[in-house]
Each structure stands twice: as C-alpha cells, then as structure tokens.
Design a protein around this ligand. Sequence first.
Ligand code: ADP
Ligand SMILES: O=P(O)(O)O[C@H]1O[C@H](CO)[C@@H](O[C@H]2O[C@H](CO)[C@@H](O)[C@H](O)[C@H]2O)[C@H](O)[C@H]1O
Length: 486
Amino acid sequence: MSEAASARSRLTADRAALLNGIGPLEPMLRTWLPAQRWFAGKGRAIGTLRAVSAAELLPPGSVPGLLHLLLDVDGDCYQLLLGIRPSLPPALAHTLIGQAEEGPYAGRAVYEGLGDPRLAALLLERLRSPGALGPLRFERDPQAPVPAGLTPRPLSGEQTNSSLIYGDSYILKVFRRVGPGVNPDLELPRALAAAGCGRVPAPVAWYEAQLPGSEPLTLGVLQPYLRGSDDGWQLALRRLGAGEDFTAEAHALGRATAEVHSALAAALPTVALGPEQTARLAAGMTARLAATAREVAALRPYEAGLRGAFDALAASRGAGVPAQRIHGDLHLGQTLRTLDGSWSLIDFEGEPARPLADRRRPEPAVRDIAGILRSFDYAARSHRPFAPAWADACRAAFCEGYARTTGRDPREDLVLLRAYETDKAVYEARYESRHRPDWLHVPMAAIRRLSEPQRPAHRVPPTPPAPGSVSPRSQPRQKPPRRPLA
Ligand SMILES: Nc1ncnc2c1ncn2[C@@H]1O[C@H](COP(=O)(O)OP(=O)(O)O)[C@@H](O)[C@H]1O
Ligand SMILES: O=P(O)(O)O[C@H]1O[C@H](CO)[C@@H](O[C@H]2O[C@H](CO)[C@@H](O)[C@H](O)[C@H]2O)[C@H](O)[C@H]1O
C-alpha cells in the first residue's frame, strides 16, 4: 500500500472510530438541541439523530479539545462545535451541554465550543491557514490576509446561525443548518465582490465539508466587520421613537438595493419567466398560503381574499418577467448603515426554511423590494400609536430611490409587487406564529388589508434615472398600473 493510501485508510478508520465514539453524547444532545434558537425542529420530539461527520480540530488529548460534528437530526443536517474539558471553569459554566459518562470523552465536560475564547481563536487560526483537516476544507482570499491574534467574542442576540466577532475587525458566521451545495451567503457576496460592488462585505475566508458522494457543504464565512454600523431596523425604530423622518435613509437604501440587484443581474445568470413559469410562481404562493392557513387559524378568514393577488399574477401572462439572483430574505434587519452613512446589505442566505435549490433559483427582484416595504410597515406598527404615514413615506421614498438607480419604479410592476407582498405577509404570519406569537398581529394587519378588494389607483409618475445610473437588464414594461399599491 502506498504511503498516501495508508494515510487515507488510517484517516477513514479514525473517522469511523470518532463517529462511533460520539454515540454516548447522544442523550445530552437530544436535550440540548431543541433549546437552541437555530434548531428548526422545535416543538416536536427528536426521532433519528446520527453523526454524519466527526473531526477533531486539535490532536486527541489536547485541553481543551474541539470536536466538529455534522449531525443528521430527522433529515436536517446541523453543524456543532463541541468543546471538551476535564472540567469547566466558572466563566464557561453557561456553555455546558453535559457530562460524558462513557466513550472516548468519559468523565469530561462537553460544551458549546464557540463560547470558549480559546477555541474560537483556534477556529480563526484554521481559517488563516487554508488546507484540509479530515472532511473539512479551509479556504481564504489570498488578496485579503487576516491578521493573527484577534480577540474573539460571540455576537449576542438570538440568530438563525452563530456568529463570532474577532477584534472588532471580522465576523465569522457559523452556519447551523447546512446542506450540500454552496450557501448563497458565500456565493453571492463573492460574486458581488468580484463584480466590484461595494455594498456587501466581501468574504475573506470560509470553510466547508466534503462528504463522500455529496457536493461540498458551506459551513462558515469570515468577512469584514462593519464596526459602528447601525442595523437598519434599530435605526428606523429610533427615528420613529423620536418622531423623526426616515425618508432620506429609505431613499438611499432603495438606491443601494438597486445597485446590488443590478450587480447580481450582471454577474450571475438571469432568465425571463414566461406565462407558464409566472403561473407556476403564483401556484407556489397559493400553495404556501393554503399550508399556512392550515397551520395559522387566524389566517383562514382571509385566505380567499388573499388568493386574489396570486390569481392576478397567474392571469397577468407577463411576457417575460425578468428573474435573477436576489437576496431572498431582505428586511431592515439585514441592512447596515455604516459610519460613513452608506448602506450595506448582509445575510444573503435567503429564507432559512426553504430548500437550498429553491433559494438559489432566479426570482423577480421585486421579492426583495416587497421584503423591505413590509419592514417599514413592521416598524410603524411596533410604534405606539401606529404610524401609517411614516411607513407610507418610507415605502414611497425607497421605491423612488430604487427607480433613481434602475430607471424603473417597482410600483409600476403592481401585480407582481402585490403578489410578493402578500406572499411575504403570509410567510411572516407563519414565522410569527411559530417564533413570536406576540407579533402575529403585525402581519395580520397587512393580511387584512391585502385581502380586501382593491380600490382604483393613481398612476406612479415615471422616474427619470439619475445621471450615470445602471439600466436594468431586460426589464420589459408591464401594462400600466391600474390599482393602488396595497
Ligand atoms: N459584516 C458585518 N458587520 C457588522 N455587523 C454584522 C455584519 N454581519 C452581520 N452583522 C451583525 O450580525 C447580525 C447577524 O448576522 P446575520 O448575517 O443576519 O446572521 P443570521 O443568519 O444568524 O441571522 C446582524 O443582524 C448584524 O447586526
Ligand atoms: O433575520 P432572519 O433571517 O432570522 O429573518 C427571520 O427573522 C426576522 C425577525 O427577526 C423576520 O423579520 C420580520 O420581523 C422584522 C422585525 O423584527 C421585520 O423587520 C421584518 O420585515 C419581518 O419580516 C424574518 O421574516 C424571518 O425570516
């Protein structure tokens, strides 16, 4: 046997031993997982749980140890980074998952490794020196070297994934629910950076798992941390609270969003959706509405009215609706206003619950626009008293900003916009009923409004593009708007 072949078979044997060895950790993981914000299978007992990949990131016996796991939990694959120590210092007590009683880690404390600064620092070191480690591959942009020794801290707050900030200079997002294929949160920012679009922090390093017979799974992305930036959602709420206008920011955000869309359309494949595809899009929205109405009782009285928006889309027979790669889950919380006052967009993962293949499919850019317009409504409804005029002004300013860059006001694509706003409100009703029932009234208010028969509209004045603006590729004009923006 050649040296390489014997090293390979040793590695396979080690991996098999590791996979068997994690069996004794199963009971503690079954208890710990459902309590995590990022765990999608909340509310039901875990059935199958098995490790599909295990790798020790430090030599066996190191203190602390770091065990990288990919777990299949009822068909979903999760990434875990487990710290292993003989005992936990008080500062790490809150990270404890359990005490192993048997197997290779018997007698040791097993804990959330990302909460341990020593292990978080080690992860950065791995990203700084690219290469393979068992099933894991670490890569980086050679043009953007990352300095050594940056102090890590976990990002506080409940997120879909887990993020670490290093020296206030970089942020590492560790994806929790992972799947085969490149994650759009790596793919799109890299494509935008290569296209010279500065509206998105460019990935400087990333890591993935290469499992037998599968496309690589993106596991984590390191990108510059925009220190001192304001999250668009918090900023909007502060302005509202102080009774201040937000239209200048909304306008600038419209321009930034349009720039990102134009760059994505130029860098990645685009398609024109014909009547059949548009009807399929509408059918998907109708199906999502039906499924949500089964789950969320409050939605049921409005189901028939809401369906009108999707029927109108199916009937619009748009001759080639442009579709392209988009953000996919755009809302104010995914925007950052940096210290110099400009807007950046983050978190291109798309709606986390959707299958990866769906999230990577081109869609009309209006979907993102509808997401932001819904967000202005959310902000206005979080304020007491409800501030509808504030939301209307922001929505109009955002669309005007968008049109200044692309030459086309999204409100002209009324049927499409209404369908996407309705779809988003339906998505939000399900999201809120599952995660934040106290917020359900916010999408429900929109649902009531969107389910009403539409009133006659006034026309949106055409917006001249700003000098030097980016023309949208292949944007066929739809029929002139006849109805109001919902
Ligand atoms: N490049 C960045 N610079 C500054 N803050 C960031 C950056 N990326 C993310 N954040 C902060 O981290 C939070 C979570 O990031 P996000 O990508 O939305 O993660 P998740 O997928 O877990 O929701 C954001 O709301 C933002 O406050
Ligand atoms: O940021 P995530 O990818 O985790 O997005 C999910 O959670 C969001 C809430 O944190 C949710 O957004 C909804 O609430 C926001 C206010 O908290 C509001 O600005 C958004 O418009 C509204 O959709 C998002 O839908 C969900 O996918």
